[in-house]
Every structure is written in structure tokens, then in C-alpha cells.
Ligand binder design. Structure first.
Ligand code: ZN
Length: 184
């Protein structure tokens, strides 16, 4: 696994999807076993065959990633990002892309445990968001009662929910009910 130095949307999406699998957000442990973890990673282009130990380590990583997304200041976020990156990232190297142009890529130690490799990938992405979009893109979900957090990499920066299909709809239904209650 090696990661482009400044291509953050994919790693940021992985960070968000990982964080919202927790019992804190979902009420149950969604990251239940290696099969679930492998499927989640596959959706983000990471091919892995996780073990039970990997699942436990990734749950701990999830806690650390949440910590970075909940930081109060950009400096705290930067410190958290540095810790994640250091777990498995090596120095950046110039690599020629398929279009012939050179780009910086960050190799990730191939012998590092899965959770450490994911930490590096997610850390690089969160650092990219911090640099390109700013700390305010690390957000808490606005749906009432939802404890989800997420990274907003949208162009406009107006994302409000950790899980738009779920939390957005919940708010929509609640608003609709209260309007009907007022009308009735
Ligand atoms: Zn939410």
C-alpha cells in the first residue's frame, strides 16, 4: 500500500465510515468480525484478509481517529494526525504516474499490522483535509441524538450528517411530524 501525498477524499471517507461503526454511534458494534472489516475496507479499495486480532486493533484505531475528529483546535488535530501517520508511513518518494507525471507518494511499511497501515492512510488523508480545507471540516453530526462524527470533503462544505441517508432522513421525518402536529 502506498498513498498519494495529497489525495485526501478517499482516506477521509474511510475515516468517517470506520468511526460510525462504533457502538457509541450505532448502539451496537457494527465492526463485528473480520468479514465485516474486509468488506468495509474493500469499499475503500483496501484489499485485506483481517484476523480477529486485526478487528480488535482496528476498533482501537477507530477510537483514535474519532479523537482526531473531535479535537477542539487545529493544533491538536495536527498532533493526532502526526501520531497516526508515524505508525507505518515511510518518507515520501517521487513516483511516476501512468500519465507520465511525477507525484509524491508515501509508502506504508508492508510488514506493519493492518491497523497501523490503516492509521497511516487515514492520518495522511486527515492531514490533507486539514491543510486543504481546514479543521472546521471535522464535524459532529447535526441529527438530534446522533453521536456520529465525520469529515466533510465536499466542495461547498455544507455536509451536516455522518450518514446522510440515515441521519438526514431522521431529521426530515421529525420535521415533517412536527409540522403535522402544528397543523393538526
Ligand atoms: Zn449521524
Amino acid at each position: 500500500m502506498d498513498v498519494p501525498l495529497d489525495d485526501y477524499p478517499a482516506g477521509a471517507a474511510l475515516a468517517t465510515e470506520l468511526v460510525i461503526t462504533s457502538p457509541t454511534v450505532r448502539g451496537v458494534e457494527e465492526l463485528a468480525d473480520p468479514v465485516v472489516l474486509a468488506a468495509l475496507l474493500a469499499r475503500h479499495g483496501v484489499v485485506a484478509e483481517p484476523t480477529d486480532d486485526d478487528v480488535l486493533a482496528v476498533r482501537l484505531l477507530r477510537f483514535d481517529v474519532r479523537g482526531v475528529l473531535e479535537t477542539e483546535t487545529a493544533e491538536q488535530a495536527a498532533a493526532g494526525v502526526a501520531e497516526l501517520v508515524r505508525r507505518a508511513a515511510l518518507g515520501p518518494v517521487p513516483v511516476r504516474a501512468t500519465d507520465g507525471r511525477w507525484q509524491w507518494r508515501v509508502p506504508v511499511r508492508p510488514d506493519a499490522p493492518l491497523a497501523d497501515r490503516l492509521a497511516a492512510r487515514i492520518g495522511l488523508a486527515l492531514g490533507g483535509v486539514l491543510r486543504a480545507l481546514g479543521h472546521e471540516r471535522f464535524r459532529a453530526c447535526e441529527a438530534p441524538g446522533c453521536r456520529g462524527v465525520f469529515v466533510d470533503t465536499s466542495r461547498a462544505g455544507r455536509r451536516r450528517y455522518c450518514t446522510p441517508g440515515l441521519c438526514g432522513n431522521r431529521v426530515h421525518v421529525a420535521n415533517h411530524r412536527s409540522r403535522r402536529a402544528v397543523a393538526g
